[in-house]
Design a protein around this ligand. Structure first.
Ligand code: F6R
Length: 267
């Protein structure tokens, strides 16, 4: 795993957006996996600016979001479809038909998982997956003790997650407690992962994910088995890492090697 520790959230947004734009410039029909939540919003703004400045085009890009609430219509103000439209899709040159969010409003939500897995497979798999991380270590809505071999399915949210996300709902408003989420195995099958984290409230989850034992208790720790994962985090989120100085030291060597010989690890 690569661990890139940057000064602050702005640098995290700039660095991660640069990787996304470079990937899309290299492969215009990139299949990009996307996340919602607060963390990637600044990166999405960078992508919008790069697009407006003509530095990248997303016309051929296809996207798959990680998760969606069960029981919200896509047009609901808190659906993840609305979130993506408002924070990215409406402001870039993407073809909206090329964007997918798990269907949270099927009469039978159990059908959503196999349907979504099939869509991903037909697109040829995900080239680059963006992830945030929950304060409890979740990725997507794979809550602690999720199977490390799970696929897209209905998942019950923990009380912590419901509480963390209650800030987005008005008082007294229906807040879903079920979601459709890509599974951990679905995420492990993506070609490259960028996990973004900022702020002290993510420090424990980040330490467990990178340096803890691989365990369902911290779903993000499953990324230790992923071939090409890059954690892009700020100093606050890195504050509980025991080997922080080593990661910084490694990066200096790696950046030099990549400058000199290029990056042969695909996307
Ligand atoms: C969102 C998602 C979640 C968030 C996580 C962090 O699609 O899958 O795993 O990435 O809950 O959320 P923020 O960024 O709001 O702290």
């Amino acid at each position: 795993m690569e661990v890139i520790i940057l000064k602050n959230a702005t640098e995290v947004a700039e660095r991660s957006a640069r990787i996304v734009c470079d990937t899309v410039n290299k492969k215009p029909n990139t299949v990009l996996g996307l996340a919602t939540g607060s963390t990637p919003v600044a990166m999405y703004k960078e992508m919008i600016n790069a697009n407006k400045e003509g530095k990248v085009s997303f016309k051929q890009m296809r996207t798959f979001n990680l998760d969606e609430y069960v029981g919200l219509d896509p047009s609901h103000h808190q659906s993840y479809r609305t979130f993506m439209n408002e924070n990215l899709f409406n402001d870039i040159d993407i073809d909206i038909d090329n964007t997918q969010v798990p269907p949270g409003n099927l009469e039978n939500p159990m059908e959503a998982g196999p349907y979504y897995e099939d869509l991903i497979a037909k697109a040829g798999g995900i080239d680059l997956q963006i992830l945030g991380i929950g304060t409890n270590g979740h990725i997507g809505f794979n809550e602690p003790t999720s199977s490390l071999a799970s696929r897209t399915r209905v998942k019950t949210l923990t009380e912590t997650t419901v509480k963390d996300n209650s800030r987005f709902f008005k008082e007294g408003e229906f807040q879903p407690t079920l979601s459709i989420t890509m599974g951990i195995k679905t995420i492990l099958e993506t070609k490259r992962v960028l996990l973004l984290a900022t702020g002290k409230n993510k420090a424990k989850a980040i330490a467990d994910a990178i340096e803890g034992p691989m365990a369902g208790r911290c779903p993000a720790s499953a990324l230790q088995m992923h071939e090409h994962t890059t954690f892009i985090i700020d100093e606050d989120a890195a504050s509980q890492l025991e080997m922080k100085e080593y990661y910084k030291y490694v990066l200096g060597f790696q950046d030099n090697l990549i400058d000199k010989f290029g990056d042969s690890r695909g996307v």
